[in-house]
Each structure stands twice: as structure tokens, then as C-alpha cells.
Design a protein around this ligand. Structure first.
Ligand code: PRF
Ligand code: ZN
Length: 391
């Protein structure tokens, strides 16, 4: 064992039960202190404790969201994690009782903040809101996530840009490993504090290594030894091709524990999700359904539609005839198109609602297909359907 303090993480309230599998595809039940998550699952992104597109926590329940995802970096900058702790933690603050995952800031710092300097102790950068100088290292990230009291905290990592040299990658991954050990130590300490919001907060490790299979595999072996409650794969969907991403999954997933959830960070399209479930992924998250919905792009089983298209001006049918979402139960394409043209916020809300329901429903279908041993057929049918039209 690399770090002896990890024993303390065991025996807490988390457990992954493999319900069914088909090839590498897993259907699991992940029990947490905020309820059981059925996997594969798509987490709905609520970066600043709200889904962009004006959805409330109640709306999230109505689109069958199992896990909401928020960001350490954003909430630290505004309104501040200490304020949220004073108000009883993030669950209470946003009135969301189901599981919450917080990303560590390791990615947002690299994608949003400017003037950044990476050192062994952590990252120095300027806030994207007011330019204020901030330092975040593994301990700071754990403290912030502990103040938020999320169900699952993510390790503080470096998401290396693509492409990078092998030398840069190896040095970065080695540092990410050292950061992970510091995260574990800090999280163990914080979970023992008397006034900690969630003493059962879990820490997921993050595998990095870009498209270098050997670095990925070596890193996966090292972090798997640490016996964390879950493992994610970061540093993908950052500019490499889809084929390269799938090839990394094929190489690295076999080296992550089979009896723990796997999480592919920031992925992706419905196609990416189907391909990645087939390669052993349990958790996903992506801003796409909300972002596309805000731009009138909606998902259907026969491809994506853009509701701004003139051809929907007199279309009195729902986005998808077969969809049971709150939007499709009542509203027509013509009406939603009108709302976009009139710049009414409701337009975005209706489309984001439909899109999140679409993603969460697809995950439900994926789970049923794996349980029935029909995932391969399901995936083939679904992918063929998506190609039927675009616009
Ligand atoms: N690290 C963290 N969060 C992430 C990523 C990562 O590599 C990615 C990469 N797709 C998305 N979100 N901490
Ligand atoms: Zn719908």
C-alpha cells in the first residue's frame, strides 16, 4: 500500500454492486450516503449550482436526473464555499437531495483561468470573474469540496492539453499522482472533523496520460492500488479524435478495478456515450444537452433538430412524438420556435428540459439493454436512428 491512511476510507457508506454485464459493458448499483445511483448514468451539469437554461432542482427531478454535478472552482470564486458551508452545504443551498458530484477545479483552472503557473504545491492563477489572484492545490481543492459537502469529490489533477510531448505528459502524470496522495490524506482528515458537512464524502481518483497508452496503464495500476471508491478517466475529449479516445478506453479500463465505478469526464455526445459504455464506463457528464438546448438544438432518436429552421414555423407536433418529457407532453415545435424568435427565456428552458430528459432516458434504456443482454443490438439500432436526419 502506497499510503497507509487510505484504510480509513473503507467501511464508509459506499458500495458498487455489479447487477449485470455484457462484454465490458457494466450495469451497476452504486450506493452512496445520498441514495443509490444506477449505472451507466449521465450526470447533469449544474456548474454554479444551477442548470444553465433556468432549470430548478425540481425540474431536474422531472427530467430523471440521478446525479447533479457542480464545480469547485466556480463556487469557490462565487459565492464562496465558506458561505455555502455556513448555509448548510451545497445540497441544502440548492435544495437537491440526491447525489452531487463536485469536480476538483483541476480542469476548470486549466480551461478558464488566466495567467496560470503550475508548481509542485499547486496552481497559481487569476480568477475569470475579477482577475483576483488565487492559489489552488490538492489541499485547497479538498477543503473547498468538503465545505460544499458533495457526495463525491474529485481529485485535484492536471488535465494536460492535446497534443503534448511525452516528456511533459509523464512529468505531469507523476505530479498528478503525488497530488492524489495529498488529496487522500487531506480528505481523510477533513472527514474526521466535527463540523464537516458530509463525513462520508468520497474521493474519486483521476487517470491521466493523454493518448499515451503506456503512461495511462502505469498510472491506472498505481491509482488502483489506492483502493478509492471510484476512478475516473480525465484528459480525454480535449482535441484527440473519437477513435483515439475509444482506443485509450480499450487500453486503460481493464487496469481499473471492476468492482468500482468508472467515470469518463466531460463526455459526451449520445454516440460517444454508447461507444464508451461498451468499453466499460459507468459515469458520464457533459454540458452538451444544456448548451445545445440553449441554442435551439434538440436531440431526437432520428437525429438532432434545430428549431430555428423555417420549416418548423407551422409544425404543430412535439419535438419527438415518442418523448414523454414535460416539454413534448404539451408543446409544439412551432410554439418553441416562436419563443426563440421572441427571445423568451422559456424557449431555452423547454429545450434544455427535453435534452436532459433525452440523455437520462437513453441511459435508462442502456441499463435495461445491458440487463437483458441486448446492449449490442440496442446500440446498433440507436446509432442507425441518429443518422436518419440532421436539422
Ligand atoms: N480533469 C478534471 N475534470 C475534467 C477533466 C479532467 O481531465 C475533463 C477532461 N475531459 C473534463 N472534466 N478534474
Ligand atoms: Zn421531449
Amino acid at each position: 500500500k502506497i499510503y497507509s491512511g487510505i484504510e480509513k476510507q473503507k467501511g464508509l457508506c459506499h458500495m458498487y454492486k455489479l447487477i449485470a454485464s455484457e462484454g465490458m459493458a457494466k450495469r451497476g448499483d452504486f450506493t452512496t450516503c445520498h441514495g443509490t445511483v444506477k449505472t451507466p448514468v449521465f450526470m447533469n451539469v449544474a456548474t454554479v449550482a444551477a442548470i444553465k437554461g433556468a432549470l430548478s432542482a425540481e425540474d431536474l427531478e422531472n427530467v430523471k436526473c440521478q446525479v447533479a454535478l457542480s464545480n469547485t472552482y466556480h463556487l469557490h470564486v462565487r459565492p464562496g464555499d465558506e458561505l455555502i458551508k455556513k448555509l448548510g452545504g451545497l445540497h441544502k443551498f440548492m435544495s437537491w437531495e440526491r447525489p452531487l458530484l463536485t469536480d476538483s477545479g483541476g480542469f476548470q483552472v486549466f480551461s478558464l483561468a488566466s495567467l496560470r503557473k503550475i508548481k509542485e504545491e499547486g496552481v497559481y492563477f487569476a480568477s475569470h470573474i475579477d482577475g483576483r489572484k488565487i492559489f489552488m492545490g490538492p489541499e485547497e481543492s479538498m477543503c473547498i469540496q468538503s465545505n460544499l459537502g458533495s457526495t463525491i469529490a474529485m481529485a485535484f489533477d492536471e488535465c494536460v492539453p492535446y497534443p503534448s510531448t511525452k516528456e511533459y505528459m509523464q512529468n505531469s502524470v507523476d505530479r498528478t499522482t503525488r497530488w492524489l496522495l495529498r488529496c487522500i490524506k487531506k480528505m481523510d482528515e477533513l472527514n474526521l472533523h466535527e463540523n464537516t458537512i458530509n463525513k462520508n464524502q468520497m474521493l474519486f481518483g483521476i487517470n491521466q496520460g493523454g493518448t499515451f497508452d503506456d503512461i495511462r496503464i502505469e498510472h491506472a495500476k498505481i491509482i488502483s492500488e489506492l483502493d478509492l471508491p471510484g476512478y475516473s478517466i480525465g484528459g480525454l475529449a480535449v482535441g484527440e479524435t473519437h477513435e483515439q479516445m475509444y482506443s485509450v478506453l480499450e487500453a486503460v479500463v481493464p487496469y481499473l478495478p471492476k468492482n468500482k465505478p468508472t467515470y469518463l469526464m466531460g463526455v459526451g455526445t449520445p454516440e460517444n456515450i454508447l461507444e464508451s459504455v461498451e468499453r466499460g464506463i459507468d459515469f458520464f457528464d457533459c454540458v452538451l444537452p444544456a448548451r445545445n438546448g440553449r441554442h435551439a438544438n434538440v436531440y431526437t432518436n432520428f437525429g438532432k433538430l434545430n428549431l430555428l429552421n423555417k420549416k418548423y414555423m407551422l409544425d404543430d407536433t412535439p419535438i419527438d412524438e415518442g418523448c414523454l418529457c414535460p416539454t413534448c407532453r404539451r408543446h409544439t415545435k412551432a410554439y418553441i420556435r416562436h419563443l426563440f424568435k421572441a427571445k423568451e427565456m422559456l424557449a431555452m428552458r423547454l429545450c434544455v428540459t427535453h435534452n436532459l430528459f433525452f440523455f437520462n432516458t437513453m441511459m435508462e434504456e442502456i441499463r435495461e439493454a445491458i440487463e437483458a443482454g441486448m446492449f449490442k443490438e440496442y446500440k446498433k439500432d440507436k446509432l442507425e436512428g441518429f443518422k436518419r436526419c440532421d436539422m
